[in-house]
Design a protein around this ligand. Structure first.
Ligand SMILES: Cc1cc2nc3c(=O)[nH]c(=O)nc-3n(C[C@H](O)[C@H](O)[C@H](O)COP(=O)(O)OP(=O)(O)OC[C@H]3O[C@@H](n4cnc5c(N)ncnc54)[C@H](O)[C@@H]3O)c2cc1C
Length: 444
């Protein structure tokens, strides 16, 4: 059976942020939509997993996520799905507090609330602790230069190289730029793309100062993102099929056929919203998608490890979010203060590094020692759990060629963080890519 074009039915392969965003935008436009998700739950790389510990089920996010006030489309989509931003996020002015030992912080910077952007950050830099006066001035000069250049560079270079050309000292790189680069691009600063880093700075520091806020989820990721969006899609007539992997995508005379273990179904348009690491099987045989295939095959991936430590219930860290310096652990979150998971601490280790040579137990023990050094009087953790996302994000390197949402095959589109060329792998990039695919379908 081939569907007629008058009867448009869009298939979305993948129920992560990109697929959900495409579906939500399409049901708004009146399209019939079906999402196929291979796993038992939606959310993809931003999801909550149930983990068993001492016969108790615990809900943990696959990774601590940080959003920015500049995530305009993410916030709009959540609002549309009925999510009250003030309930689900802890909104903090941009701040970095790097700790090494418990005695004193190695570096701390807090953007101020009483000035517009980027002055809020510049004033924060001027007053920050842990840098010499000349280091503070060179960071401020660079920020002013970037603003003048509209956060654009003539040609892309590795971020570390760019920063050194702009007289940023080794300490500035270590305390300020490297933690920001890892948090924003999940790519080592020696190979990270300057252009993409500056795009994120631009959206963070141009416009409303609230754009530079950190938004820390107060709810688990699935309850905050995928569940409300899925409810919105279903309420508008969209269909969601979990546990349904698309094994084969074929081009038919007037549309596409999708093969699952249950059989074959036919659609007028298809949005492929799987991660680039999983796309080969779907597009490998499609001649018109060979260019996109070559681009994704050239991607390198970066891991993110999240190590959860459960401490006794009365354990509380001095702040919700702390950076660690001279340590394997990079960012530490007190999930008790953040989302009521009392005594639970999450530590992020981004990008490739020495930690990958350790077993999960060795990694957890090393980081537990680092936490003891950074926060005095920490009791022994009751348990720990390492969640290793080996291919968490594509490596956001210099001049990375990325596929576009529109493909050379009419009515076949690509959505996903990797297609939003302005950003590294982010929720916002994924959501914007889904919206773009919906616009392309509506205008075809
Ligand atoms: C640990 C970690 C921490 C992160 N931290 C942040 C952060 O702080 N801030 C931020 O903005 N971003 C962060 N990210 C990145 C962010 O999570 C991703 O950019 C975003 O979730 C990607 O969404 P996506 O829809 O493009 O892809 P995915 O989430 O990968 O979704 C693809 C979906 O397709 C499904 N699928 C695959 N193959 C098939 C098939 N054949 N048939 C049907 N379904 C299929 C998969 O199961 C998956 O659900 C983090 C990612 C990780 C892993």
């Amino acid at each position: 059976m081939i569907v007629s074009l008058a009867n448009k039915h869009v298939a979305i392969i993948g129920g992560g942020c990109a697929g959900l965003s495409a579906a939500a935008a399409l049901v708004d436009k009146g399209f019939q939509v079906t999402i196929f998700e291979s796993s038992p739950q939606l959310g993809g790389r931003a999801r909550t997993v149930a983990v068993e510990n001492n016969n108790l089920m615990q809900l943990l996010d696959n990774g601590q996520h940080i959003l920015l006030g500049a995530y305009r489309e993410t916030l709009a989509l959540l609002r549309k799905a009925g999510v009250d931003e003030t309930q689900v996020f802890l909104r903090l002015p941009l701040q970095i507090n790097m700790q090494f030992t418990s005695e004193k912080s190695a570096f701390s910077l807090k953007s101020v609330d009483f000035l517009p952007a980027p002055l809020n950050m510049l004033f924060g830099l001027l007053c920050c602790r842990g840098l010499s006066f000349s280091e503070r001035m060179s960071a401020i000069k660079l920020m002013l230069h970037l603003k003048k250049m509209h956060y654009q560079v003539a040609s892309d270079t590795p971020l570390a190289e760019f920063l050194m050309q702009h007289r940023q000292s080794a300490k500035l790189l270590k305390m300020l730029w490297e933690p920001l680069c890892l948090a924003a691009l999940n790519t080592p600063i020696e190979i990270a793309s300057t252009s993409i880093f500056l795009n994120i700075l631009r959206d963070t520091f141009m416009g409303n100062k609230r754009n530079s806020n950190f938004l820390l989820p107060r709810l688990d990721l699935s309850r905050m993102i995928s569940q409300p969006i899925a409810q919105y899609i279903q309420a508008k007539g969209g269909e969601i099929k979990l546990n349904t992997r698309i094994n084969k995508l074929k081009i038919e005379v007037n549309g596409f056929s999708l093969e699952t273990k249950e059989g074959t179904s036919y659609f007028s348009d298809v949005v492929i919203a799987v991660s680039p690491a999983r796309i080969d099987k779907l597009i490998g045989d499609i001649p018109t998608l060979q260019h996109a295939l070559q681009q994704t095959q050239a991607f390198v991936y970066q891991p993110i490890y999240t190590i959860y430590f459960q401490y006794p219930a009365d354990t509380k860290l001095p702040s919700v979010m702390t950076g660690l310096t001279n340590a394997l652990g990079q960012w530490v979150f007190d999930r008790g203060q953040l989302c009521g998971q009392i005594g639970l601490v999450a530590v992020i280790v981004s990008a490739k590094g020495k930690h990958q040579q350790l077993s999960q137990d060795e990694l957890a023990l090393t980081i537990a020692e680092e936490l003891n050094l950074a926060f005095s009087d920490l009791p022994k953790p009751l348990w720990y759990k390492v969640i290793a996302e080996k291919r968490a994000t594509f490596s956001c390197e210099v001049n990375l060629a990325r596929p576009t949402n529109r493909t050379a095959q009419p009515r076949l589109f690509l959505a996903g963080d990797y297609t939003y060329a302005d950003y590294s792998a982010t929720i916002e990039g994924a959501i914007r890519s889904g919206i773009k695919c919906a616009e392309l379908i509506a205008n075809t």
